[in-house]
Design a protein around this ligand. Structure first.
Ligand code: PEP
Ligand code: MG
Length: 559
């Protein structure tokens, strides 16, 4: 057999180099086993339903026990999957199919298909859950027909895990010593695969077309910074590249601040937080404060709007760890679209990402914003923490003006997010009415490229390295420099060490990111001068596409 050569490429999401044989995830339940099982010989539909209950219960229990040994985001997604396996609506749909005379396997597959259609139509976070539903389907069917559960086979040597897309249950409990990188054919930068890879600290490439065609055991070298998967590389040379990358990652993780460029320009690195506990744990990292407190995440499960006092307590828990002279940027409710909140979101919108979300909720419900600002002001007063407040989804200068007035009336510092291209193009006028801007590159990319940020097939478009997105960031940063006012970045782009250099070079004054990203970004910035950052910005802005932009910046940095 000849060794395959050449390379494949995808969207790089977690940097680092790994090499090893391809290991495929055991996907579908064997069709032979399903055929042998047939309709399962049950006395009636109720007996078949009891077998479904057994299977779904066992699958849910597996998720729950995996959740118990996982941590953070991984534990949360597994617990959610356990809930989905026990879902009454899903059970009802299975029962309906059984009562209509279908066999158990067909009844489960039909019910899941029905839910997949519903979730896909809802879009956003719900569409991301389709992978979880399909995973539940495979597991329940495997249990019914008596096959081993699908998933990741235990590797006998350090391997590169390859799959079409990965469900949380596939990736929980992975040993990073044995699974040294993840590569998927589908999936975007915000998919579960990316989240889990970041948590495990292993390189990851998503959206790699053609990867599923590689035979198990094929030796590949994965580069999570360039997004390439090399075939036919020399194993000795690959080993030394892997070793060098491991050494570099260790060095990056040991960076402790304070943030500055090589030539001593002080930089501001901030954390993105969701509640009191994430604010507290981020506070011990080398950060100068919080650059994005996503307040809506505190209310995802609440049916009714909390009172001003209740809100003040919740916000105080986030502000308190930063009362030591640091500051917190609180974002007002960004409810709607991918973050539905029972007491705020408008129901039944045709196109919620372009609908009444974020600041727009206050158009017909100004009290909602007023009460939230009162809660924030009370928390700022009781904790004594310097508090900035910004609104999401601002499209016009008039919206920014109204918002700034309300925030200033409460003695706080007003700003707006730049997430809509109109706000970037009007950044200079926005800065006449507010004190700071913060660029949300996740939505700015979505709206600039007209590509749903959650769509797993559009990862090449929902990439902040797209030239049009970089241009809008540069326009906004330039407006900040002219006005002498801060312009930060708080989307995922800030967590990319390579892109961070170009952002600083454009004149961005702070970078806010998930706490775990702070050290690699700080370490990278400490190795380059401002002049190099400016050259990186110029190189990125001049490139024709995202991959060329990454390559151009790498060249400037000498990577
Ligand atoms: C963004 O859009 O980049 C952002 C930071 O806001 P969110 O991800 O919460 O929409
Ligand atoms: Mg946003």
């Amino acid at each position: 057999m000849t060794t395959p050569t050449g390379s494949l490429s995808g969207t790089p999401v977690v940097p680092g180099v790994a090499a090893g044989p391809v290991l495929h995830v055991r996907g579908e339940v064997s069709p032979d086993a399903i055929a042998r099982f047939g309709d399962g010989d049950f006395a009636d539909a109720d007996a078949a339903l009891a077998a479904y209950d057994d299977a779904a219960g066992a699958v849910a229990d597996t998720f729950t026990s995996k959740a118990a040994s996982a941590q953070g985001a991984a534990a949360e997604v597994l617990t959610a999957s356990a809930g989905l396996a026990r879902d009454k609506g899903l059970r009802g749909a299975v029962n309906k199919n059984l009562q209509a005379g279908q066999g158990p396997v067909a009844a489960v597959q039909g019910a899941v298909d029905q839910f997949v259609t519903i979730f896909t139509t809802m879009g956003g976070l719900m569409a991301e859950r389709v992978t979880d539903l399909r995973d539940i389907e495979r597991r329940v069917v495997a249990h019914l027909v008596g096959e081993p559960a699908p998933g990741v086979p235990t590797p006998s040597e350090p391997s590169i895990l390859v799959a079409e897309d990965l469900a949380p249950s596939d990736t929980s409990g992975l040993d990073p010593a044995l699974v040294t990188a993840l590569v998927t054919e589908r999936g975007g930068a915000t998919s579960h695969t990316a989240i889990i890879a970041r948590q495990l600290g292993i390189p990851c490439v998503v959206g790699a077309a053609g990867i599923m065609e590689l035979a198990s055991g094929t030796f590949v070298v994965v580069d999570g910074e360039t997004g390439t998967i090399e075939l036919g590389a020399d194993p000795d040379e690959a080993r030394s590249r892997v070793e060098e990358s491991r050494r570099l990652r260790e060095e990056l993780a040991s960076w402790t601040g304070p943030a500055a460029t090589l030539d001593g320009l002080p930089l501001k690195l901030l954390a993105n937080v969701a509640d009191g506990s994430s604010a507290e744990s981020a506070g011990v990292e080398p950060v100068q404060g919080v650059g994005l407190f996503r307040t809506e995440l505190c209310f995802l499960d609440q049916k009714n709007e909390p009172t001003v006092e209740e809100q003040a307590d919740i916000y105080s828990a986030v502000l308190a760890p930063y009362a030591d002279g640091r500051y917190v940027v609180v974002r007002t409710l960004d409810a709607g679209s991918d973050k539905p909140i029972a007491f705020a979101t408008h129901e039944g919108e045709e196109n919620p990402a372009l609908g009444v979300r974020g600041l727009r909720l206050s158009f017909d419900n100004p009290g909602l914003m007023d009460r939230q600002l009162d809660g924030i002001a009370a928390a700022a007063k009781s904790t004594g923490t310097e508090t900035w407040v910004m609104a999401p989804m601002v499209a016009t200068v008039a919206e920014a003006t109204d918002f700034a007035e309300k925030v200033r009336a409460r003695g706080l510092k007003p700003g707006v997010m730049v997430e809509i291209p109109s706000a970037a193009l009007l950044a200079h006028r926005m800065l006449e009415v507010v004190d700071f801007l913060s660029i949300g590159t996740n939505d700015l990319t979505q709206y600039t490229m007209a590509a749903d940020r959650m769509a797993t097939d559009l990862a090449h478009l929902t990439d902040p390295w797209q030239p049009a997105v970089l241009q809008l960031i540069a326009i906004t940063a330039h407006a900040g420099k002219e006005a002498g006012k801060p312009v930060g970045v708080c989307g995922e782009a800030a967590a990319d060490p390579l892109l961070a250099t170009a952002l600083i070079g454009m004149g961005i004054s702070s970078l806010s990111m998930a706490a775990r990203a702070v050290r690699p970004v700080g370490a990278q910035l400490s190795r380059v001068s401002l002049e190099t950052c400016e050259a990186a910005a110029e190189a990125a802005l001049g490139a024709p596409d995202p991959m060329a932009a990454r390559a151009a910046v790498r060249e400037v940095l000498g990577h």
